[in-house]
Design a protein around this ligand. Sequence first.
Ligand code: LHQ
Length: 263
Amino acid sequence: MAHETIQSEVRGGVALLTLNRPEVLNSFNRAMARELQAALDGVAGSAEVRAVVLTGAGRAFCAGQDLAEVVPPDGSRGPDVADLIAEGYNPLVLRLAGLEKPVVCAVNGVAAGAGANLALACDLVLAAKSASFLQAFVNIGLVPDSGGTFFLPRLVGLARAKALAMLGERISAEQALAFGMIHAVHEPEKLMPEAEALATRLAQMPTLALGLIKRALHASLDATLESQLELERTLQAIASKSYDYHEGVKAFQEKREPKFSGR
Ligand code: LHQ
């Protein structure tokens, strides 16, 4: 499917999705939110795609909402903010978190506002050393959205989440790593090779199990121990009926490398 605001290509079982409005730091307009949703739906429905990389074109990852769309410089009325969230950001976050395939986010530059929080909704977040994160919302009188108030306290703890959300300061990739917000930091020129290698590795793993692992970990965020134990049992029943479980055990017993298929 052809897109105007994102690029999408599939290689070796990996879908590479690139936010592509570099002249406005890949900030989101309605078209980009719509096209990214459609691309994620395509990924969800594709048997060929077993992992995803999400990144940005140019020097930024994503500067959040395109502010010229919500407050047009010509003084005309912009779209309703609550509608933008309902139609754009919320479905995007739910698609990223609900996709039962691993999503690697390669944060190639600044990730601000909704851009930062979409990155946090991904599974394994890598960042260039030159990248940065900021909860820009408060700087323009807004509240973090796109799941920021859900993921941030769970990732970094309440004290740091409050400081990040209330102060709206830019933090470095290294600081985000030290906070436990992201998985790894790489030299800028190594970011995409590392992200693609990681996604390719994930795509060759038992991806059905990876999807179930993701489901279980997300469910744990608001579960009781009892309900989580029951969910683990249910998911293990599914995983243990997979081709990959039998292949994994057989390969172990035959002392050879397994060849997983995602089934
Ligand atoms: C931009 C933007 C941008 C348009 C840079 N829009 N042009 C949901 C629903 C509804 C309403 C509101 O929001 C939301 C969710 C949100 O995401 S709210 C948060 C929105 N984002 C921001 O407030 C971030 C605004 N941008 C910045 O603070 C800075 O640009 C950052 C820190 C991202 C980058 O700073 P610099 O590296 O110094 O770049 P810059 O400021 O010079 O920007 C470069 C260009 O990109 C510039 O255009 P120009 O024509 O002067 O070169 C900016 O105007 C444009 N740009 N962000 N969000």
